[in-house]
Design a protein around this ligand. Structure first.
Ligand code: CU
Length: 127
């Protein structure tokens, strides 16, 4: 192989590696912050999606997700946490705290009322 072939092959291998990482690599989650009273807190900004959209908490401890909707798009006006029986309206520019205690470990989805915009709540087992 000459230099050009090596470069092309190397580039191809790097590209494949990047694609594999992009689609199948570990995705970062934001861990909740623990308050003094033991509440696991995360602020979620709602604007074209949820930021962060992967939130990690520990099972069996109270969680407070504070949603701040920074857009007027009616799509995200409601947030639904179906597994916890919660649905809340998010007025634009207001902080809305949603509190619950996840009793089961696993991955749970929260989403807009149309289920178009989604986020994941990862509940880690308590150790
Ligand atoms: Cu929607």
């Amino acid at each position: 192989m000459d230099t050009a072939q090596i470069a092309v092959t190397g580039g191809g291998v790097a590209l494949i590696g990047f694609i594999l990482w992009f689609f199948f690599g570990p995705r970062g989650a934001t861990a909740a912050r623990q308050t003094q009273s033991g509440v696991q807190e995360v602020e979620v900004v709602v604007r074209g999606g949820y930021t962060p959209d992967r939130i990690e908490v520990t099972q069996g401890r109270p969680v407070r997700l504070t949603f701040l909707r920074n857009e007027s798009n009616p799509c995200t006006e409601q947030v639904v946490l179906g597994d916890f029986g919660i649905a809340r309206t998010l007025p634009e520019g207001e902080r809305v705290a949603v509190e619950f205690t996840p009793e089961k470990a696993g991955e749970f989805t929260f989403h807009c009322s149309m289920n178009m915009v989604r986020g994941t709540l990862i509940v880690r087992p308590a150790v």
